[in-house]
Design a protein around this ligand. Structure first.
Ligand code: ADP
Ligand code: MG
Length: 582
């Protein structure tokens, strides 16, 4: 259903068209007509489904030359960002209806400027409950002619403890008013507000998107700190998706990742929340034309954009809001087609977060392995072999035939000739791939079994001389690895170095995670501390004459970090079981 089918005025339709909207979302279709009629509405719908337009278009529509002089509508939002965002959107919808003047009022901003705007003809006020109440008390905001009040993201406002403020605001509004409530969830507290403050509300429930993601295969890979881009590089190379969306949580990360992928030869492009409309259009054109097949975006930037034919979605950062996980992966697998989603996690904390997401969204997220360069190479070679054998059935052109004959006539062996041709093909598929043979980071079964686990000591090359304390060491380890502090055992600080007991199965990961880390400002190097050195520990504190020699005697004394040379891919860890559904 299109916007022009519900009797909106031409000024609004023109503005809507300018914003690139044509089809209404479900909540818009269902909520706008009763709102235009003046009915109370209670609407449940996920984030990103277009609720702002749903409640603001009827409000804008109803403002007339006569009613423009006072506040017609008040919209309460939980945060300053949401208030600003809604205000901005209302500004766009009313582009061709000059009598509409929205103003946002929120805490932490100049009171004077808000008062000025309120005095100068604001007729739609969008604000956070606290600041709205503040203005009401100062009498800089008057609601006696108010016809509509909207509680946007009502559940969130209640979560944030705004209940009393909301009720105080409601008590300042005329008895005869339209009360509109939108919420992503419907806890009992919301229903209570509804009962108390709404009159015969029309209830609109839009089913959660969760049900539509069944056709999407969901995986995760768990990689050491700092290796997400390499993992992504390998996955993209191996899976060869035709069109991809990669989600990051910050604009900065979008920028960095875009630049990095471009440097690595991928047709990537980034999309930002604060890009100008013209830039966004440019980005979208590049994606739609197929020039860029990898779109990197934040949740906010990706909202409301529609890219077709995405076969793979990556969560480079896990979404901060569980609900977003569904929106993100829902970018693929559209229109009944299957799709694949990969989440890349680093460290125990993110693994646990992903589990939470899986539980919350009732998704089945299976662990996958990052294909190593050698696996990718093997696959590529197998593909080349298949395609050559396949094309043996094809007709061979005269030109090719005579070229083949002349090559054979040179007396060079068939192997050598084929090898020369294949060399090139094989090389092409092997463009510099990151080495990714480091062992899987965390393969812990159950924390309680800890005492039965083997431990090793790692050696960190700073000690008492650097005025190091155990909590510096522990803090740095926890920070770099994402493991919990209880994973680490005894910390012994010597003059020149420190040893820490760590679970053996995590040691390679810990060494890897600690590369390039700083502790108390010192760049440290971390190694396995061998039994041999342990004997010298005692002497180190009394500055034994041998200390220096032992220290230098790295040939046997120090094992080099094994991770680099491991052939085996340890990514098939304990989490390899499939998550149970439900
Ligand atoms: P919600 O409040 O439900 O989280 P918003 O109102 O913030 O969602 O809308 C999410 C995004 O979708 C916004 O960028 C908005 O401009 C866009 N949008 C809303 N309605 C439509 C529509 N009918 N067609 C296309 N985009 C839309
Ligand atoms: Mg909203």
């Amino acid at each position: 259903m299109q916007f022009n089918e519900i009797g909106l005025s031409s000024e609004l339709l023109e503005a809507i068209e300018r914003m690139g909207f044509s089809e209404m979302t479900e909540i818009q279709q269902k909520a706008i007509p009763p709102l235009l009629e003046g009915q109370d509405v209670i609407g449940k719908s996920n984030t990103g489904t277009g609720k702002t337009a749903a409640f603001s278009l009827p409000i804008i529509e109803k403002i007339t030359e006569e009613s423009r002089k006072y506040v017609n509508a008040l919209i309460l939002c939980p945060t300053r960002e949401l208030a600003m965002q809604a205000c901005e959107e209302i500004g766009k919808f009313s582009k061709f209806k000059k009598c509409v003047k929205p103003v946002a009022v929120y805490g932490g901003a100049s009171m004077e400027r808000q008062i000025y705007a309120l005095k100068n003809g604001a007729n739609i006020v969008i604000g956070t409950p606290g600041r709205v109440l503040d203005h009401l008390r100062r009498r800089t905001l008057k609601l006696k002619n108010l016809s509509t009040i909207v509680l946007d993201e009502a559940d969130e406002m209640l979560n944030m403890g705004f209940r009393e403020d909301i009720e105080s605001v409601l008590s300042e509004t005329p008895e005869k008013r339209q009360t509109v409530l939108f919420s992503a969830t419907m806890p009992p507290a919301i229903l209570q507000i509804t009962k108390q403050y709404q009159k015969n509300p029309v209830m609109i429930k839009i089913e959660s998107a969760a049900k539509t993601v069944d056709s999407i295969e969901q995986f995760y890979v768990s990689v050491p700190m700092g290796r997400k881009t390499d993992a992504l590089h390998l996955l993209l190379t191996d899976k060869k998706p035709q069109s991809t969306m990669i989600f990051c949580n910050t604009k900065k990360m979008v920028d960095e990742l875009t630049e990095e992928l471009i440097n690595r030869g991928f047709p990537a492009i980034g999309l930002h929340g604060d890009m100008k409309q013209s830039q966004r259009t440019q980005v979208m054109n590049s994606v739609k034309s197929g020039k860029s097949t990898i779109l990197i975006a934040t949740d906010v930037a990706a909202r409301g954009i529609d890219v077709k034919g995405i076969d793979m979605v990556f969560n480079y950062d896990l979404p901060q809001d569980h609900e977003y996980y569904i929106h993100r992966i829902g970018r693929t697998g559209r229109a009944g087609k299957g799709g694949t989603a990969y989440s890349i996690v680093s460290g125990r904390r993110q693994e646990l977060e992903l589990r939470d997401i899986a539980r919350y969204t009732k998704a089945e997220i299976t662990e996958a392995t990052v294909p190593t360069a050698s696996v990718i190479k093997e696959n590529a070679i197998a593909n080349i072999k298949d395609s050559i054998l396949e094309s043996c059935n094809d007709d061979i052109s005269k030109e090719a035939k005579s070229l083949a004959e002349s090559l054979v006539a040179t007396g060079v062996s068939a192997e050598a000739l084929l090898g020369a041709i294949l060399n090139k093909q094989v090389k092409d598929t092997m463009k510099t791939l990151p080495l990714f043979d480091v062992p899987r980071p965390i393969t812990r079964k159950n924390g309680r079994k800890k005492e039965t686990r083997n431990t090793v000591r790692v050696h960190i090359n700073i000690g008492r001389k650097e005025r190091i304390a155990p909590n510096f060491i522990l803090g740095a380890l926890v920070d770099a690895t994402g493991l919990s502090g209880s994973e680490f055992g005894k910390i012994d600080i010597y003059d020149k170095y420190t040893t820490v007991e760590v679970p053996q199965e995590e040691s390679d990961f810990i060494l890897d995670a600690m590369q390039n880390e700083k502790i108390n400002g010192y760049k440290v190097s971390v190694k396995i501390h061998e039994e041999r050195d342990r004997r010298s520990d005692r002497s180190s504190s009394d500055r034994n004459r041998n200390n220096r020699r032992n220290y230098k005697d790295r040939g046997n004394g120090f094992k080099s970090h094994g991770g680099r040379t491991h052939e085996k891919n340890h990514f098939n860890g304990d989490f390899n079981r499939k998550k149970r559904k439900g």
